[in-house]
Design a protein around this ligand. Structure first.
Ligand code: BTN
Length: 226
C-alpha cells in the first residue's frame, strides 16, 4: 500500500480547536524527540513529524526505533509549571490517548502492553517515549510516538494499513493524535493518574501487568535536569 505525504497545512486543517499547535514536518531527522527537545527554549514548534528518522530512539536508552519512510514519527512539546512528580503516569496515559484515537479511527481490539506499547492482535503497532527536561520553574515534556503505518519492520510488528485493511491518511491521523494527546494531557494535569487506571486496565493485554500503583522509574523516562 502507498502512503500520503505528510503536510503541515493539511494537518492543521484537521486540527480545529487545537489549531494553535505549531506543526513542523521534516523530511529526515535523527530523532523527532531530540529535534524538539533541543528547541523547547525557543518554543519555535510544538509538534514535529519526520518522514523518516536516522537515529530513532526507543525506550530504556539503548533501544533503536527503526524508522523507514512511510510510518509516523511524532513528537509533541508540552510545558508544566510544577514539580516533575505531577508527571508520573504520563507515559501510560499517552498510551490511552493513542488507543482512544485508533479506536475512533475504526480500529477494534487495540491493546496496551506495560508500560506503553501499542498492540494489535499480538503484534506491536507502535511505541511511546516520553522525555522531560526540568528547570527552575517548569518541566518541558516531549511526547514521542512511533506508529507503524505501512512497514512492519519485522514479524513482531504490525502496521495500521494492514490492521485497518485500508490506506490511512497520515495527515488526518496526526491531527487526531494531536487532539487526543492534548485532551488527555489537560485532563491528566487537572485530575492526575488515578482517573485513568480503569481505562488503562481495560486496554491491558490479558497476560499483561494491570496498573495498581505507580513506581516513578517505571512510568517516565527522564533525560536530564538543567
Ligand atoms: C518504544 O517502544 O521503545 C518507544 C518507541 C518510540 C519511538 C518514537 S518515534 C518518534 C519519537 N522519536 C524517537 O526517536 N522516538 C520516538
Amino acid at each position: 500500500m502507498d502512503t500520503e505525504a505528510l503536510n503541515a497545512t493539511k494537518i492543521i486543517e484537521h486540527l480545529h480547536d487545537c489549531s494553535h499547535y505549531n506543526v513542523v514536518v521534516l523530511d529526515s531527522i535523527d530523532s523527532t524527540n531530540d529535534y524538539l527537545m533541543a528547541r523547547v527554549a525557543s518554543e519555535e514548534c510544538d509538534v514535529v513529524l519526520a518522514e523518516k528518522q536516522t537515529a530513532g530512539r526507543g525506550r530504556l536508552g539503548d533501544r533503536v526505533w527503526n524508522s523507514p519512510s512511510g510510518n509516523l514519527y511524532f513528537s509533541m512539546h508540552k510545558v508544566v509549571h510544577s514539580d516533575i512528580q505531577k508527571l508520573y503516569g504520563l507515559s501510560l496515559v499517552i498510551g490511552i490517548a493513542v488507543a482512544r484515537m485508533l479506536k475512533n479511527e475504526g480500529l477494534e481490539d487495540v491493546q496496551l502492553k506495560w508500560p506503553n506499547d501499542i498492540y494489535w492482535h499480538g503484534k506491536k503497532l507502535g511505541g511511546i517515549l516520553v522525555e522531560t527536561k526540568q528547570s527552575a520553574n517548569k518541566v518541558d515534556v516531549v511526547i514521542g510516538i512511533g506508529l507503524n503505518i505501512i512497514d512492519p519492520t519485522d514479524e513482531k510488528f504490525v502496521c495500521l494499513n494492514q490492521a485497518l485493511g485500508k490506506e490511512v491518511s497520515r495527515n488526518k491521523l496526526t491531527a487526531e493524535l494531536i487532539k487526543s494527546c492534548d485532551a488527555i494531557f489537560n485532563q491528566f494535569i487537572q485530575y492526575g493518574f488515578d482517573t485513568f487506571k480503569d481505562e488503562w486496565n481495560s486496554y491491558c493485554l490479558p497476560d499483561g501487568e494491570a496498573v495498581s500503583s505507580l513506581k516513578e522509574h517505571e512510568v517516565i523516562d527522564v533525560i536530564g535536569t538543567v
